[in-house]
Ligand binder design. Structure first.
Ligand SMILES: Nc1ccn([C@@H]2O[C@H](COP(=O)(O)OP(=O)(O)OP(=O)(O)O)[C@@H](O)[C@H]2O)c(=O)n1
Ligand SMILES: C[C@](O)(CO)[C@H](O)COP(=O)(O)O
Length: 239
């Protein structure tokens, strides 16, 4: 059962300071039009529509030239933080540090990729209810359903060197939810920002085992050009 004490808040933090190199578009991918609006707006709208979320923070790069048009200043429940870093981990950590003193140690932070426009209030609720009061936190994820191969280079190109058992294998999505103080401590201790590709991996390094809560394929990360059509298909279909 979730701790519904009035003092415990749930806030969202969206890292949105990437450049979208793999998308190779004219602008950072979080600002590409997806289902009729800039991609970033979809995730922000999901958090704003959730009755469980007290406030949403969006982390962009200091020189971001798009956000002021995409998220007008003074938007209710949303604050833009211009403290993005060189890696996703840096952007999240910079955002948490900027919020020290504004967020209580016991408040829960839901870190969500701005590049995942398919998030819904129902998935937010599923994560919050599924994690409950677990001090290890948790994340949305999907069980692996395909066979997994480990590749090896060869004269013929990239070949299958081994098959990895998919038993117990999951693909991490976001949001990933943790207590503010725990996440700040976990990310602050990380020695290689490039090695920490999701927030849960930093918490795992503390010896904790965050809960895996089943997400949804609609919550895919838009990484490559082909992902845009898939995201638009799900957004057109509604929740
Ligand atoms: N220095 C960075 C890198 C990434 N992100 C954010 O982290 C999320 C997931 O990262 P990814 O999908 O890798 O986005 P990019 O880094 O922009 O993509 P690429 O790796 O193709 O450049 C995105 O919302 C992205 O904006 C960020 O805030 N700061
Ligand atoms: C956080 C994440 O979306 C979980 O799967 C993923 O690790 C982000 O990776 P990226 O290379 O920063 O897109």
């Amino acid at each position: 059962m979730t701790d519904n004490s009035p003092t415990r808040r749930y806030v969202a933090l969206l890292p949105a300071a990437g450049v979208g190199a793999r998308m190779a578009a004219a602008c950072p991918k979080q600002y590409l039009t997806v289902a009729g609006q800039p991609m970033l707006r979809h995730a922000v709208a999901a958090f704003c529509a959730s009755p469980l979320i007290s406030h949403t923070y969006v982390v962009v790069s200091a020189d971001d030239g798009y956000i002021d048009e995409v998220l007008p200043a003074g938007m209710a429940g949303v604050t833009v933080l211009r403290c993005g870093g060189a890696t996703r981990m840096d952007s999240v950590l910079n955002g948490l540090r900027a919020l020290q003193g504004q967020i209580a140690d016991g408040d829960m932070v839901l870190v969500h990729d701005a590049a995942r426009p398919g998030l819904t209030p129902a998935l937010i609720a599923r994560l919050i209810e599924g994690v409950g009061d677990d001090p290890a936190g948790g994340l949305l994820a999907l069980p692996v359903v395909d066979t997994v191969k480990r590749s090896a280079p060869s004269a013929q190109g990239v070949c299958a060197a081994a098959t990895i058992s998919r038993e117990g294998m999951w693909l991490a999505q976001t949001p990933q939810m943790f207590g503010f103080h725990l996440l700040l401590r976990a990310l602050g201790r990380a020695t290689d920002p490039n090695a920490i590709t999701d927030d849960a991996s930093a918490v795992e390094l503390l010896g904790l085992t965050p809960r895996l809560i089943e997400g949804h394929p609609r919550n895919l990360k838009v990484t490559l050009p082909a992902d845009i059509r898939i995201a638009e298909m799900y957004l057109a279909a509604g929740e």
